[in-house]
Design a protein around this ligand. Structure first.
Ligand SMILES: C=C(O[C@H]1C=CC=C(C(=O)O)[C@@H]1O)C(=O)O
Length: 451
């Protein structure tokens, strides 16, 4: 694990109190949150404020938080990637000097995080504490400044459009096969189906990637603006080069209540489909035994993982159908009340995310054989795709989604990006249909890239 206090961007006046040299991470963070008036710009109100091409974001329906600059970055890896990040965050908080005049989820100190699906991944985990955070929740809005010194005061002057670099489109986009060519992927799915039919496991989620090359350096703000506007029921995110619009919430922990939106079971929605046709498809999905089986595995995995942390839980008996522009999913909102005895702190949202990951929506059932099969036959490092992505605050509350419908920007080549999609596979799965489903799941990122 490494924690680095990040120096301010080049071009800032030298010698300011918030100029932090690498290695000086022992200085406490100074955090100040103040209420602001934020003109309503609709679904993209927050992402439109982002001043540069290294955005941090977690937004839905115009609410959420965005951040920029880096006061601190923690990188982790391996099996302990969540616990190490959580411990580093706790250590930072213990010494932070905080003044929070708003006191809502997402005010005060905030760290954005993104973690690898598999402990063996080269892409590990990252927590980024921004220098500036702007948030909105209903009719309340705030700005937080974070620095390892006196730093800038929280004022709307920081939101001046004059400080924003223009958002440029990606230009012409070309695509190439990822680790496994699309044409070869159904054979991998067929292999999994055969193993499931032979009784070695019940479900596995297999994914594939495609590599896009853009004409110009990719600005994640371009993707965020388009995704936040078009996929409003999803959580649009950007953390450490992972960008997407996920419909699946791994866990939200707020004031002792936890919630998880579990998705599994999918049917495509064609462009131009009438509402009546969409409803017919939704009814078909709700009756599909193959999709109901996929869904049941995912719900059970989440309910079992949450149970030890809760005094009571509500696990719906039947899923509902979640409508997105490109697909429909079977969805269940699982909720619970955290067991928080007065004599010890409850689990942090990041600890809960770690306990829930990987759910059967992205791994399979049973978990260990499914993860092993993914390692054996999927043919790629998923990196942070299908891993937890979100944010945590100073009291441990926070929101963590599963990084789906997402892309990983290349750290060294700003014109290269990997897009991901995966599908739950059960005994009744048809490999060709799964390939078509994976194409439908690639639609949001492909669409956001092209524009
Ligand atoms: C693994 C993905 O989706 C999961 C979430 C919803 C529905 C799924 C399905 O029907 O297969 C997957 O479990 C993905 O989008 O890459």
């Amino acid at each position: 694990m490494s924690a680095t206090a990040v120096p301010p961007p080049a071009g800032r006046p030298a010698g300011r109190r918030d100029d932090v040299a690498p290695g000086s991470q022992t200085r406490p963070l100074v955090v100040r949150t103040a209420a602001i008036d934020l003109p309503d710009g609709g679904l993209t109100t927050l992402v439109d404020l982002l001043p540069d091409a290294k955005p941090l974001a977690w937004v839905r329906r115009g609410d959420g938080i965005v951040g920029w600059g880096e006061a601190l970055r923690v990188t982790t890896g391996g099996e302990t990637r969540f616990a190490d990040a959580d411990a580093a965050w706790q250590a930072v908080l213990e010494r932070a000097v905080v003044r929070d005049d708003v006191r809502l989820p997402g005010t005060g100190p905030v760290a954005f995080g993104s973690f690898a699906f598999d402990a063996t991944s080269a892409d590990g985990g990252v927590l980024v504490v921004p220098r500036v955070v702007v948030g909105r929740r209903g009719d309340r809005a705030w700005i937080t400044t974070i620095s390892s010194g006196l730093g800038a005061a929280p004022t709307t002057a920081l939101l001046d459009p004059a400080h924003r670099t223009p958002v440029t489109g990606p230009g012409a986009v070309t695509e190439a096969d990822g680790a496994v060519a699309a044409a070869d992927w159904p054979a991998i799915v067929a292999d999994a189906v055969a193993r499931i039919q032979a009784g070695r496991l019940e479900k596995v989620v297999l994914a594939r990637d495609v590599v896009a090359t853009t004409g110009r350096a990719l600005d994640p703000r371009w993707l965020l603006g388009r995704l936040a506007a078009a996929y409003e029921t999803t959580w649009t995110f950007s953390v450490g080069g992972m960008v997407g619009a996920t419909p699946e919430l791994l866990v939200r922990s707020e004031k002792g209540l936890v919630a998880s939106r579990v998705l599994a079971g999918t049917i495509r929605r064609e462009p131009g489909m009438t509402d009546d046709d969409a409803l017919l498809r939704a009814a078909h999905l709700a009756r599909s035994s193959k999709d109901l089986e996929e869904h049941e595995h995912a719900v059970v995995s989440v309910a079992r993982a949450l149970e030890p942390f809760c005094t009571s839980m509500n696990v719906p008996e039947q899923p509902f159908v979640l409508h997105l522009p490109n697909v429909m999913h079977l969805a269940s909102d699982v909720t619970g009340v955290l067991d928080r005895p007065a004599d010890r702190p409850g689990p942090s949202s990041l600890a809960l995310a770690a306990a829930l990951h990987p759910s059967a929506a992205v791994c399979g059932t049973p978990t260990a054989p499914a993860r092993e099969l993914i390692r054996q036959i999927e043919g790629m490092d998923r990196g942070r795709y299908a891993g937890p992505v979100g944010w945590t605050g100073s009291d441990g509350d926070g929101e963590w989604g599963i990084a789906l419908r997402s892309a990983r920007l290349d750290d060294t080549d700003p014109r290269r990006v990997r897009l991901f999609a995966g599908c739950g596979v059960v005994a009744a799965s048809d490999p060709a249909a799964e390939l078509a489903e994976s194409e439908a799941k690639l639609v949001p990122m492909r669409w956001a890239l092209r524009g």
